[in-house]
Design a protein around this ligand. Structure first.
Ligand code: FAD
Length: 476
């Protein structure tokens, strides 16, 4: 009887799981293991909303394993020593896992693999969470890409979609478990800030496929036009499921291809291509992080190292975090984030632009807040999103393009429904005023909603001046 450990990390699914399939093909028994070692991810230890998701996702995985006759063995790190102990206890000859690509994790995993191999263990890792390894797509000069469009053009032309690997129907019992329970990991917040999360999310592989099915049925045909509308349910809301590996990008690509062929209608085809392109942005973020591992900490565009950020203003940052800036669409987004652990991509851009440009606070302040409060907090996507919006990334929105949250609100939330949903004080304000209630002082007085914390036009001018003061590209 041969046994292999399958070391689950952020691949919390049974279908299309290459490490699990490979372990099952070559061993009589697999022992599913999760090792909690958050400090090994320092300085990017998962934030509070992420831990909430992880708690429920681990429970869901354990339940899915139990249905098949197995169960998840849970332990705490240090990871290498724990793996070595579990190998011994279960008389395993192999440890298989799916790759992650964050710099700290890659370095740790490399060491773990070598140490296991040195003691005669068959240690193997697999590609599971991306369509392309972050080193696979290279420019003509064999360099990593720095701009999304050519990156995606190349990646898209090389994409070979394959059917997903099936989940096993049954699994052997992993033997007696004297390990920990998910509750023992104490991942849930001690204050009841997550009370609304359950209404919005269903972590786990089952929740991921339900969300994806719903989206394919109702969201996909209109995705290309609705994806920018925070007042509509126009996007898939799959980002946390993808981050925790409850669904794979290959499952998504395969299902899109199948449905498009079946349906043959042009809206669904356009929606599918547009949606796949967003999955492409996720690939690009991982590509950037792998090739420029300092991305979460340092400006990708070194010119911005000279940028004159305003002095750190804790009170202003706090108002932004709490959704009390006096700019309705920003406040709606920041309140939605606090209540549900997410906010719409368009509003992420607006909130990030307001913090880094109108308030001229360093993008690190926003990145850290999102890291702690987003259920989909992802090192690569978050750093990429902040650098893109702040203008200091490689393929960034130019700094001088400063979003105007009033006109953006009018364009993407034309009736003000998104604002009214999240900013209760503005519930009764007319559509004509909803995105700039300060233009009628009576409205502010009647609703108690704050006046804008900065003048949008003056702060824009100051930001542009600070940008003008940057050394030009050829001076760096
Ligand atoms: P859909 O529109 O349905 O897109 C499908 C999938 O494509 C998403 O689930 C996501 O995996 C990927 N995707 C979509 N847009 C992007 C993008 N711009 N960059 C990378 N991948 C993308 N996304 C995260 O997953 N984690 C983060 O921590 C994160 N932080 C962000 C911070 C800022 C400042 C900005 C501007 C964007 C950030 N994003 C982040 C990207 C994007 O906002 C979310 O992925 C998206 O809003 C998730 O909603 P959805 O699943 O409904 O997206």
């Amino acid at each position: 009887m041969t046994s292999a450990l399958i070391w689950f990390r952020r691949d919390l699914r049974l279908a299309d799981n290459p490490a699990l399939t490979a372990a099952l093909e070559s061993h009589d028994r697999v022992v599913p293991v999760y090792i909690h070692a958050a400090d090994e991810e320092s300085p990017w230890v998962p934030g509070a909303a992420s831990r909430w998701w992880l708690h429920h996702s681990l429970k869901a995985l354990d339940a899915d394993l139990c249905k098949r006759g197995s169960q998840l063995r849970i332990a705490c790190g240090p990871t290498l020593q724990t793996l070595q102990r579990l190998v011994k206890e279960s008389a395993a000859t192999a440890v298989y896992w799916n790759r992650l690509y964050e710099p700290t994790i890659t370095a740790r995993d490399k060491q773990i693999k070598q140490s296991l191999i040195d003691t005669g263990i068959d240690a193997r890792s697999f590609k599971a969470n991306l369509l392309f390894e972050p080193w696979e797509i290279r420019s003509g000069q064999e360099r990593p890409y720095r701009v999304f469009t050519p990156f995606w053009r190349k990646a898209r032309s090389q994409l070979q979609v394959r059917p997903p690997l099936p989940a096993p129907d049954t699994l052997d019992s992993p033997g007696n478990d004297q390990g920990l329970s998910v509750d023992d990991l104490e991942l849930l917040p001690s204050i009841g800030w997550d009370s609304q999360f359950h209404d919005v999310w269903k972590p786990g592989e089952g929740g991921a496929s339900e969300a994806f099915e719903d989206f394919i049925e109702s969201g996909l045909p209109e995705y290309a036009s609705d994806r920018d509308r925070p007042d509509r349910q126009g996007t898939s809301r799959l980002s946390a499921h993808l981050h925790f590996g409850e669904i794979s990008p290959m499952q998504i690509a395969w299902a899109l291809e199948e449905r498009v062929q079946q349906a043959g209608d042009s809206a669904r085809t356009a929606g599918a291509e547009s949606f796949l392109r967003e999955i492409g942005w996720r690939e690009f973020s991982q590509h950037l992080l792998f090739n420029f591992p300092h991305m979460p900490e340092r400006n990708l565009n070194p010119r911005f190292d000279e940028f004159h950020w305003a002095a750190e203003d804790r009170a202003a940052i706090r108002r932004w975090q709490q959704g009390r800036t006096g700019i309705p669409i920003i406040d709606a987004g920041m309140r939605e984030l606090w209540a549900t652990g997410t906010l719409h991509n368009r509003v992420r851009m607006l909130a990030a632009s307001f913090l880094t440009k109108n308030l001229r606070q360093h993008w690190h302040h926003g990145q850290r807040w999102f890291w702690d409060t987003l259920v989909d907090a992802d090192l690569a996507n978050n750093a990429q999103g902040w650098q893109w919006t702040a203008g200091c990334g490689v393929d960034a929105s130019p700094y001088f393009r400063i979003f105007n949250p009033v006109t953006q609100g009018e364009k993407f939330d034309p009736l003000g429904n998104y604002v009214r949903r999240w900013v209760a004080e503005l519930d009764t304000v007319s559509t004509a005023l909803i995105h700039h209630p300060w233009t009628d002082p009576d409205v502010l007085q009647a609703t108690g909603y704050p006046a804008p914390m900065v003048d949008l036009s003056a702060s824009r001018t100051t930001a542009l001046q600070a940008y003008q003061d940057l050394p030009k590209a050829d001076e760096t």
